[in-house]
Every structure is written in structure tokens, then in C-alpha cells.
Design a protein around this ligand. Structure first.
Ligand SMILES: [Fe+2]
Length: 284
């Protein structure tokens, strides 16, 4: 029996994602946290419900996975906790406490960096009664389901990712970059098919938002190809839809997943979620 099988789990989908049952993250038990990480490595995503965590406990949980990554935009990090990024439509004294309508559209986090984040974790503090789901797509399953000829056609292709392109073209929360943000986030090139460093599985790894094109292809053919692969890989059979409850802690592996947020009635409901990132490697 592997260590991970000592935990009680319930699968989120047949071959992707696991809910870990009966674990209280606030207890900070190192062996148990390591078992949660093992489960994550086996399943691509883990969910732990009913948590009640201080910011310190949340950062400690992230450290079980690796080194927390800083956030590109600092203005919405939690005061005193640069590892925690606030996602919220709440305003205090007329000022938003977090970023709102971030991450709507299928993507993988930090794809505009040389070393995109290994995993993303979201902890739900307050949730809308309806809407605001997070969807995860299993990109290993999407790759595995491709016909052999299509895999051969895509093999070796490289994608041009750009933070500036993302921020100046996205539908919500569009913004011009400051000279500092521009300098800190130069364009990068990543493979379209990446290999998971822990288990060797191949994943289709397109994204929306940051993609400017495919190396060696003219546009619109390049962006159209990537868009078509996003549409293919996010069909229902590859997708887990997470409906949030207060106290949910959801972690997904960006090396083999795409994700998207979804909108909710922000005049009627408040949402507050805390996001943490863990450093990753250069995709290959
Ligand atoms: Fe995201």
C-alpha cells in the first residue's frame, strides 16, 4: 500500500481529483500533510472540506507542497501575508479588499513566466449562494484521448505566452501595464505538450489569455489552433465543476490542468477566497 492510500478519499471524477475525508489541516500534522501531498500527486487535484484556517495555517499547508510563489500584482495580497492573494468583491471603506472577476476564461496560472506555478490553492471564506463555480479540466486525459495522428502533429510545437497580452486584452479587469510590471514579465515560450515531472504523463497544455501565437505559424492559424485545443480539452468529459462551500480548500496541479472561474451576481452576494501559489519548474 502506498502512503496516499492510508487516507480516506472520494474521487471527484473517475480519473481526476480526490476529496480527502476527515483531515483537519489546522492540526498541522506533518505526516498527514505529506499524505495529502501524495494524494495530490496521484490525482491531479485535492479537495478538503470544512476547514477553518488562520492565514498562518494556510501558508503552512502551502509549504507542505513546496515553496510559496509571490503574486504578480501585490496590491491585493493580505496585509502581512505576501503569499496570500485576496479574491473578493468586498469593499472596506470604499476600497476593494481583493481582485474581482480574476481568472474567468480557461487558462493555467503564471503561464507567462519561465517557471509557471506548480499548483494553485483556493480557500473559501465566503461564497455566493449560487454561481462562482471553479472548473478544472484534466489535460492528461485530454492528451490521452487525442488520435495518434493529432498527437504527432502537435508534438514539438511551442507557444508564445505574454503577460502584457493577457492584461491588455482580457474581458474583465483589463489594465495597461506599468513600466515595472512590463519589465518584470517579459514574454516566454513554452511547449504545447508538456511532460509531468513526477509521473511522466503527457498533458495537452494550451491556455487562453496569455497566448499570442504558435512559433513558426502565422496568425490567426496559430491562435486558432490553441483556441481549438482549449475548446477540445475543456469538454464535459474532461471537466470537474467545483461548487463552493465555506471552508473548502481546493488544490490543483497546473502541470496537468486548465481551470476557469465563473461569474456570480456580485450585487447580491459577497465572495472572499484566498489564493496561494507554489513554485514550479520550467515545462518540458
Ligand atoms: Fe487562475
Amino acid at each position: 500500500m502506498t502512503i496516499a492510500e492510508t487516507l480516506s478519499i472520494r474521487k471527484l471524477k473517475d480519473n481526476y481529483g480526490a476529496e480527502v475525508l476527515g483531515v483537519d489541516v489546522s492540526a498541522r500534522d506533518a505526516d498527514t500533510l505529506q499524505e495529502v501531498v501524495n494524494t495530490f500527486n496521484l490525482h491531479g487535484a485535492v479537495l478538503l472540506r470544512g476547514q477553518s484556517l488562520t492565514p498562518e495555517q494556510l501558508v503552512n499547508f502551502a509549504r507542505a507542497f513546496g515553496q510559496p510563489e509571490g503574486h504578480t500584482i501585490k496590491e491585493h495580497t493580505m496585509p502581512g501575508f505576501p503569499e496570500i492573494y485576496m479574491l473578493s468583491n468586498r469593499e472596506v471603506n470604499g476600497k476593494p479588499i481583493g481582485s474581482h472577476r480574476d481568472g474567468v476564461g480557461w487558462h493555467t496560472d503564471y503561464s507567462y513566466k519561465e517557471e509557471p506555478v506548480m499548483c494553485t490553492m483556493l480557500y473559501a471564506v465566503e461564497v455566493p449562494a449560487e454561481g462562482g463555480d471553479t472548473l478544472l479540466a484534466d489535460m492528461c486525459a485530454a492528451y490521452d484521448a487525442l488520435p495518434e495522428a493529432k498527437r504527432a502533429e502537435l508534438d514539438g510545437l511551442k507557444v508564445h505566452h505574454s503577460y502584457e497580452h493577457l492584461m491588455t486584452t482580457r474581458l474583465y479587469a483589463k489594465r495597461e501595464l506599468s513600466p515595472e510590471l512590463k519589465a518584470e514579465n517579459p514574454d516566454v515560450i513554452h511547449p504545447l505538450i508538456r511532460t509531468h515531472p513526477a509521473n511522466g504523463r503527457k498533458a495537452l497544455w494550451p491556455s487562453s489569455g496569455t497566448v499570442k501565437g504558435v512559433i513558426g505559424m502565422e496568425n490567426p492559424a496559430g491562435v486558432d489552433l490553441v483556441d481549438s485545443l482549449v475548446a477540445y480539452g475543456t469538454q464535459d468529459q474532461f471537466v470537474y465543476r467545483h461548487q463552493w462551500q465555506v471552508g473548502d480548500l481546493l488544490v490543483w496541479d497546473n502541470r496537468c490542468s486548465l481551470h476557469t472561474g465563473s461569474l456570480f451576481d456580485d450585487k447580491k452576494y459577497i465572495r472572499e477566497a484566498h489564493r496561494l501559489w507554489v513554485k514550479g519548474d520550467r515545462p518540458f
